[in-house]
Design a protein around this ligand. Sequence first.
Ligand code: ADP
Length: 191
Amino acid sequence: MFNLILFGPPGSGKGTQSEKLITKYGFKHLSTGDILRSEIANQTQLGLEAKSFMDAGKLVPDAVVIGMVGAAITANPGVYGFLFDGFPRTKPQAEALDTLLSEHGTSINVVLAMEVPEEELIARMIGRSKTSGRTDDADPEVQKKRLSVYKNETLAVADHYSQFDKVVSLNGLGSIDDIFNALCAEIDARA
Ligand code: ADP
């Protein structure tokens, strides 16, 4: 298996690049944001609980997202590999993911980290809010909160995988295709 974490702040382009990568390589896409939004759309208990955290720009509790990811891994045996998008977002999530994967005899191969300046992230979130219907993209206070959560809690995930030399940083500014090609080159060098 080849398992990849696409890492970066909110608005860095993880969703866009994930779509292209799953088409090219056949990864199973595991986006915790997408799973949570579908739980909200289906008005499940989990969705109702998650919505207030998401609307405030806060993280959904670790136990909830770890449970979701564990179930998704178990439900998809025999895939080429998983592309994790928006997960892990805290150090405990990263440690839990490593344990889950090792229980399935596999591990993270590489963490591709997309770097984008903060002004650009905010501009992208505002742009996305006009078409996505995402309430968490439109509000400046919520944008600020998400960026501070990224710095205070999520950057620790990159530190965690740096210990094992698994992190590669890439410029997340440029055309979608140029960034995609840079991501593919890193995958092809390791696959
Ligand atoms: P983006 O990366 O564009 O900010 P996501 O779709 O990945 O958006 O996530 C949207 C929201 O869903 C987050 O702000 C958070 O509230 C919740 N969420 C998604 N993934 C996680 C996670 N791994 N842990 C905790 N909360 C999460």
